[in-house]
Each structure stands twice: as structure tokens, then as C-alpha cells.
Design a binder for this molecule. Sequence first.
Ligand code: NAD
Ligand code: ZN
Length: 253
Amino acid sequence: MSKLPDELAGLLAGARHVGVITGAGISSESGIPTYRGIGGLYDDPEHGNDIIDALSGDTLKKDPDRTWRAVGELARHATGAQPNEGHRALVEIEQHVEQFVLLTQNVDGLHQLAGSRNVIPVHGSIRATACMDCGLRGTLADDELRAIESAPRCSHCEGTLRPAAVLFGEMLSAEVVQRMYEEFSLYPPDVLLVVGTSALFPYIMSPVLEARRAGRLTVEVNPERTYLSSEVRYHLAGKAGYYLPLLSSAIRA
Ligand code: NAD
Ligand code: ZN
């Protein structure tokens, strides 16, 4: 690993409007495994596909207990975790610049716990539930989540609860799509950072490709190469906990 390229540091100094997109990689230094990539919980591709299958909309319909067992497994890693240097650097950036938006695919709540304010949690929260019968919304406490072995029941109608998160194969909510459009297309940030995501979803790639086409500054932080690595202006091959504090210092210089 190395310091930031001088040219990049120069371009970041005085940035006024910063957008950030994060994925599971930023939470890996808080001890929460990613699905894919280095440090992935499921390096073994068969188990990786297994969990992705369990966390899909199709499985939820056929076998909600299986979906909830996978949620429980993720929760045993995600609950109790604390924000790390990477999360904290993004809070610093938000406090410094005029306009800031953070789109995260993570469901662990660590950005919010660190103190980030303008967060779009595109995939929802691991703690939120919705009744599949009456629609009642609620939350589960961390100890309940960790202990979960089967689909919990609705306190109102005894129906089956689902995680109020976007599962694989499901669509984003219209409200989230609208917010993303406003924050990334209508009033696009002049600096876009994309951190710790394998960037496989079209709605994650497209703000980055759009920014690049418009000639705005794009920076990726990921120890591995992704589909976006050859698209962004700078690919910083290292950990979020290392590079985000450097990016924050350069922006605040
Ligand atoms: P992913 O697991 O597909 O990819 C993680 C990426 O992070 C990889 O490219 C990896 O190289 C990179 N990475 C690993 N350690 C890193 C570090 N220290 N710094 C920077 N990058 C690092 O994750 P994804 O793209 O977010 O997609 C997975 C889906 O699974 C998302 O929808 C997300 O909701 C969900 N998920 C969430 C959590 C969480 O909330 N913490 C954890 C696992 C999965
Ligand atoms: Zn109900």
C-alpha cells in the first residue's frame, strides 16, 4: 500500500459535493464477513451460492425458515460489531463538505452508528421486519436476531414475518430509486468514491459509469479488482480502513 497519488490529492482538495457508494467490504474490518472477494465468509463458491440462494425472494416464498436461518447467520456476525476507521472517515468528510450522500448496500447499520447522516440504505436493514400477511412493520432486537432458527410470527395477525430488506432477485423500493435519482443523477456529486463492493448490481454500477462519462472524479477503494476498476479514474488497491482516512485528509486539506 502507498500514499495517495499527488495528482489525486490535488483534485480532492476543496471538494464540495461528495458521493460515496459502499458495500460489505467496508464492514469487513469491523469483523463482518463479506459474501464475495477477499475475507469472504464464503470463499468456497458453493457455500457462497448457497447463502445467496437462501437470501433470495424465491426462497423466501418457498421456505421462509431457510431465509431466516441465513439472516440469523449474518446477524451473528453483524450485531455487536463497531464502526471502523473507514466508517469514521466518511463521517469526517460529511461534516466538512457542503453536500454529501452515502449510498450503502450494507444492512448492518454501522454507517448510521458511526454518525453518517445522509445515508441511503438501498437494501434496508437486517433488523427490520414486515408481515407478509398484514404488512405490519417492526424491528427485532439483536439477541432475537442472533438466536433466530425459523421465520418469526407477526404479533398482530400470527402471519409470517419477512426481513424488511431487499433480498436477491427483488426490486428496490420506488422511494429508494427516486432518492438515488435525485442524489446521483439530478444533482450529481463532483467526487464519487466507491468502496468495498464487488459492484455486481446495475444500480451500483450506473452512477459510477454516469460520473465517468461526464468527466467527474471517480475513485474506487478495493484490494481486489472489480468490473469498475478499469472504469474509474483511480483504483486504490487496499483496504477501506487505510485509504478512507487518507481520502478524508486530502478532501479537508
Ligand atoms: P461483496 O461481498 O459482493 O463484495 C465485497 C467486496 O469488498 C469485494 O470486492 C472485496 O474485494 C472487497 N473488500 C474486502 N475487504 C475490504 C476492505 N477491507 N476494504 C475495501 N474493500 C474490501 O459485497 P457487496 O458488493 O456489498 O454485495 C453483497 C450483498 O450482500 C449486498 O447486497 C449487501 O447488502 C449484502 N451484505 C451485507 C453485509 C453487511 O451489511 N455488512 C455483509 C455481507 C453481505
Ligand atoms: Zn401480520
